[in-house]
Design a protein around this ligand. Structure first.
Ligand SMILES: C[S@@+](CC[C@H](N)C(=O)[O-])C[C@H]1O[C@@H](n2cnc3c(N)ncnc32)[C@H](O)[C@@H]1O
Length: 280
């Protein structure tokens, strides 16, 4: 008589229980960033550590390796530490890279011996030269990448004057840098897209087969036009990695402005796309 042996369930992707797994599967979520500390306020556009942590905990197991090639002030790496993962970050602007190192040091002190064995290296450099940096700093094979690029040259666009005045009055950066290698300083949209996609393509050999990647981005409105950055990245990066889908990050704590009131449709864009790819 044949005996039926039931195969034991094994979660090979992450360490989550089924309830948390299910919750993450909703294709949209609301996440209102907590108020930022003064030192990270200097950076014009960071994502919250708490958001990055949810993604890292879904797409990796404890002890695995996370990469952010444009790490800004280090949100991804703080989140990686909190969730017990190794992390590597690259950032072009040395001031942001230094802030990231300081925040990581502080976080390590808070988390004490639980994170002693974890690597969290912030490299000041150009993500466009990823393979050189990977060789120089001995970056190991990556289990998951989460990142957010400059939203084209949106920070240079003439936006809300009050916001600009408030930031410059408080000595906060209006854009990331004046470095020509800063992708946020490229004026031509197609050239920006080409260079950004080249960065992701150059990282591919360093990503473990079947590992996931998350790119957080918005479509860009400029001069009465919409540049569908998120959708363009789906098509372009989708030729390098397999596009899986998107999760839509909504914010519902922002002030509404009556753009185009009485004459035209101009929405308040309170959502970002978290684009999911897999190295298949
Ligand atoms: C949207 S921000 C990332 C913010 C980051 N997720 C955080 O939470 O702090 C984009 C970052 O890309 C950096 N950047 C732009 N061009 C770069 C390049 N060629 N190499 C590395 N970093 C670059 C900018 O300095 C900026 O900090």
């Amino acid at each position: 008589m044949k005996t039926m042996t039931k195969r034991k369930f094994q979660n090979r992707l992450n360490d989550l229980d089924s309830k948390t797994w299910l919750k993450f599967q909703k294709s949209w979520f609301i996440h209102n960033p907590p108020p930022r500390r003064k030192d990270v306020l200097r950076h014009p556009a960071k994502f919250p550590e708490s958001l990055a942590q949810e993604f890292i905990e879904f797409f990796t197991k404890r002890g695995q390796i996370v990469l952010d090639p444009m790490v800004g002030t280090g949100s991804t790496q703080i989140a990686a530490l909190r969730s017990g993962r190794h992390s590597y970050g690259i950032e072009l602007n040395p001031n942001y890279a230094e802030i990231a190192r300081q925040l990581i040091d502080e976080e390590r002190k808070n988390l004490c011996e639980t994170v002693e064995s974890l690597a969290s290296l912030v490299i000041t450099g150009d993500a466009g030269k990823f393979s050189e940096l990977a060789a120089k700093f001995e970056i190991p094979l990556i289990d998951y990448m989460i990142t957010s690029p400059p939203y084209w040259n949106m920070l240079h666009a003439k936006g809300s004057k009050t916001q600009e005045n408030r930031r410059s009055a408080n000595d906060l950066d209006l854009f990331y840098s004046d470095n020509p290698d800063d992708l946020g300083n490229i004026d031509d949209y197609d050239q920006f897209l080409d260079q950004l996609v080249d960065v992701y393509e150059s990282i591919k050999p360093f990503i473990r087969p079947r590992a996931y990647l998350t790119i957080i981005v918005k479509n860009v409105k400029k001069g009465g036009m919409v540049y569908p950055l998120a959708w363009d990245l789906c098509r372009r990066v989708g030729k390098i990695f397999q596009l899986k889908d998107e999760r839509i990050w909504c914010q519902d704590d922002l002030h509404l402005f009556p753009y185009g009131y009485g004459s035209a449709w101009v929405s308040n864009t309170f959502h970002h796309y978290c684009l999911q790819f897999r190295n298949e």
